[in-house]
Design a binder for this molecule. Structure first.
Ligand SMILES: Cc1cc2nc3c(=O)[nH]c(=O)nc-3n(C[C@H](O)[C@H](O)[C@H](O)COP(=O)(O)OP(=O)(O)OC[C@H]3O[C@@H](n4cnc5c(N)ncnc54)[C@H](O)[C@@H]3O)c2cc1C
Length: 378
């Protein structure tokens, strides 16, 4: 059978594409390496932060559209873990204060609700943040969320299957060939033929499309997080402390997740320290202690690491790389909050319903470039 479209890889970007394929009524299948369903790799490891504090206007639009798609999934499933509207407090000191003020000009122009306040007010509202410098300036974004990427993707998978779309789990794509107006994907002992193939295999995308003789400017780098146990109510929203580059995300009322241990050098997606590195494990509690006495008593439950895809300009790579072969990758660590929308957009590009020449994967040569983190103020 020849499909209209095959999606290869099913993190949250593939889930976004699958959702759009179901809506467009395309004869489509998604091939997924994992055997338990969508969004098991970086998407499952993420801090799940969705914020309006992004520096690129197009990313802000992607976040807006993703919010609609998360809300829709929440409505259909009734699973309240999909969207948790905690709000986010960003804390700046010293050199970061000006950058924070600059971001508020943009928030004001976009009419995003926010508040700015000082350290005394932070401590009044959040007594757990009891070790901040007196010069701290806080930006409060009440509309920021935590989302559960896996729960979102599971709902998309259920909906797609009920629309008759196939999701083939335990089906790793080994190679891709483009010939005679078709794209052929060899996966789980079969050859799948499609008029169009969209690869959303996260940081594995480069390796996979190389089998079709194509290269793209994507370099995987490492991001880490920890689960911390407190066993007492902390009363915190999402907190991002710019000086230590630590963020905390509530995990229920008594525990939280903490990151980030970004390592901006290239990692091999088939061989990286999945449980995080020793330096991150040794320093995360210390970094938290600079913000809060909770850091003194928090117990480390687990650590993990996942890969994010760096690109030369920190913008996604979305578009056609060979006749009928499309990619959507280059998440820059902001891929959960934009993933549903970028996946949808990529699917529309693959169907010829949208265009984005500025995101074309060949806008840069696939040579080495400096990897830079994406979750920054500038
Ligand atoms: C610790 C950590 C914290 C993060 N925090 C945030 C955050 O707070 N907010 C945010 O927006 N982003 C965050 N991110 C980034 C976010 O997780 C990623 O941007 C996002 O998950 C990328 O999604 P994806 O679908 O592109 O990739 P992935 O989730 O990695 O999905 C790729 C999928 O493709 C499959 N695959 C790979 N190769 C093949 C193959 N050959 N055949 C078939 N299937 C294949 C994989 O098994 C996987 O299921 C964080 C990341 C990490 C690691």
């Amino acid at each position: 059978m020849t499909y209209d479209l095959l999606i290869v890889g099913g993190g949250i970007w593939g889930a976004g594409a699958l959702h759009a394929a179901a809506r467009e009524g395309v004869r489509c299948a998604l091939l997924l390496e994992a055997d338990i369903g969508l969004a098991q790799e970086s998407s499952a490891k993420s801090g799940g932060i969705v914020t309006d504090l992004l520096w690129h206007p197009e990313d802000q639009t992607f976040v807006q559209r993703s919010r609609e798609l998360f809300t829709e999934a929440l409505r259909r499933s009734g699973d309240v873990s999909i969207v948790q509207p905690y709000g986010m407090l960003t804390l700046a000191e010293g050199e970061h204060i000006d950058a924070l003020h600059r971001r508020t000009e943009d928030l004001k122009a976009r009419e995003v609700p926010y508040e700015l306040f000082d350290q005394a007010e932070v401590e009044r509202r959040y007594p757990a943040l009891d070790r901040l410098n007196p010069d701290t300036v806080a930006l409060w974004l009440p509309g920021d969320w935590h989302v559960n990427a896996t729960a979102f993707a599971q709902q998309v998978q259920e909906d797609a299957r009920s629309e008759g779309l196939e999701v083939r789990t335990a089906c790793r794509a080994e190679s891709i060939r483009v010939e005679d107006g078709k794209v052929l994907v060899t996966a789980c002992g079969e050859v799948f033929a499609a008029r169009r193939v969209l690869v959303t295999a996260g940081t594995w995308t480069r390796r996979l499309v190389r089998t079709a003789g194509v290269d793209i400017p994507l370099r995987p780098y490492l991001v880490q997080a920890s689960s911390l146990e407190l066993r007492r109510r902390h009363g915190l929203p999402i907190v991002w402390h710019l000086s230590t580059d630590v963020y905390m995300v509530p995990d229920g009322e008594e525990d939280f997740l903490a990151g980030d241990g970004t390592r901006t050098r290239e990692f091999d997606p088939d061989n990286f320290p999945r449980m995080g590195d020793e330096d991150f494990k040794a320093t995360i509690a210390e970094r938290l202690m600079q913000l809060s006495s909770l850091g003194d008593v928090a117990g480390l439950r687990s650590n993990w690491a996942g890969l994010c895809g760096g690109t030369p300009d920190r913008r996604p790579l979305v578009g056609e790389v060979a006749p009928g072969l499309f990619v959507a990758t280059g998440d820059q660590g902001l891929g959960v909050m934009r993933g549903p929308a970028i996946g949808e957009f990529a699917l529309r590009i693959a169907l010829g319903l949208a265009e984005a020449p500025h995101l074309r994967p060949d806008r840069f040569p696939p040579t080495d470039f400096e990897i830079r983190a994406g979750f920054t103020l500038d």
